[in-house]
Design a protein around this ligand. Structure first.
Ligand SMILES: NC(=O)c1ccc[n+]([C@@H]2O[C@H](COP(=O)([O-])OP(=O)(O)OC[C@H]3O[C@@H](n4cnc5c(N)ncnc54)[C@H](OP(=O)(O)O)[C@@H]3O)[C@@H](O)[C@H]2O)c1
Length: 286
């Protein structure tokens, strides 16, 4: 898997697979089982980056999957890249050391590759960010960042820890939400954007979009492959999720073609500030 290099020199896979499951789609137990199988399948097919969070309530399940893959010799610890996050409930406890130790224990790991605050929780995220910085310096995590941040949060963090800005911001980002101001700020500060809902959840309007379908036909690829390639080519790191083996293979097999500059611009022009995930009640107006 192709890598990108974060500001601190840490190499991160250029594509990440998400592990949250949507309980509205069936029994949680069955979905978690399918997600575990999808993760094993992805590892066996060369995908090495995974995204979880304490709030996904699956760190322990993933811990078992990864430790079994490592024990069986399918993968080495140093070859996988694990991201987890601190949820708002845990941020309210104001003890980040406790949280990292809980995540490490559940994931059965000695270190986390990327650790994020899940939200810029008002009244809490700045103090907790300072703690993340100390834990990063201690070596328990290789890179740190924040999810769901806006420009103003990055500017606030810069006032507090000017020498240690997030290495990564994880935000909803896809052809229909390209957040130009945030992109500009991240480029200026050398902060890597990680794009969740990278395929805009493959909503019907996405599947049917004329520009994406015309480009899919032009390059002999699928609509999803066009979006994944668009991310990787501009240097954002897409996070997709899928419980379907055919889709997983499709989403990672995007390294044998190049989208022309003019076509990249056509995809950027699809932006309409569409956001699939609603604003958090915990972070009004975040
Ligand atoms: N930080 C945050 O607040 C936050 C918020 C949301 C998500 N995330 C992270 O981002 C991850 C991905 O988010 P997401 O689930 O919204 O991403 P997504 O990949 O845009 O959407 C997933 C949906 O797309 C479908 N899909 C994926 N590949 C496909 C393909 N090749 N063809 C057709 N359909 C395809 C999946 O169905 P199938 O299973 O049928 O393939 C699933 O219904 C999450 O798991 C989580 O780790 C983070």
């Amino acid at each position: 898997m192709q890598k990108v290099v974060l500001r601190n020199g840490v190499e991160m896979p250029s594509i990440i697979m998400g592990t949250s499951v949507d309980d509205r789609k069936g029994s949680r137990k069955k979905l978690i089982g399918k997600m575990s199988e999808a993760v094993s399948f992805a590892v066996q097919n060369g995908l090495v980056g995974f995204d979880t969070s304490r709030d996904y309530s699956n760190e322990d399940v993933l811990g078992k999957v990864f430790s079994s893959l490592i024990r069986s010799g399918s993968i080495k610890r140093e070859d996988i890249f694990i991201t987890t996050k601190v949820g708002n409930g845990q941020q309210r406890e104001k003890n980040m050391l406790k949280q990292i130790d809980m995540s490490l224990k559940a994931l059965k790991l000695d270190y986390i590759d990327l650790w994020l605050l899940h939200w810029p929780l008002p009244d809490y995220y700045i103090d907790n960010w300072k703690q993340l910085c100390e834990i990063y310096k201690s070596g328990k995590v290789r890179a740190i960042g924040i999810a769901n941040a806006r420009e103003r949060h990055i500017k606030e963090i810069k006032k507090i820890t000017p020498d240690l800005l997030p290495h990564v911001v994880q935000i909803e980002y896809h052809p229909f939400r390209t957040v130009p101001a945030m992109r500009e700020l991240c480029t200026e500060k050398n902060i890597r954007i990680e794009a969740y809902s990278a395929n805009c959840v493959m909503l019907p309007f996405v599947k049917e979009n004329d520009v994406l379908n015309i480009l899919a036909e032009k390059y002999g690829k699928t609509v999803t492959q066009i979006m994944m390639r668009w991310h990787v080519q501009q240097g954002t790191i897409p996070i997709f999720s899928s419980l379907n083996q055919k889709h997983i293979l499709e989403n990672i097999n995007i390294f044998d073609f190049n989208i022309d500059d003019d076509d990249m611009k056509l995809i950027f022009a699809l932006n309409r500030d569409y956001k699939f995930h609603p604003e958090s009640l915990n972070c009004p107006g975040y």
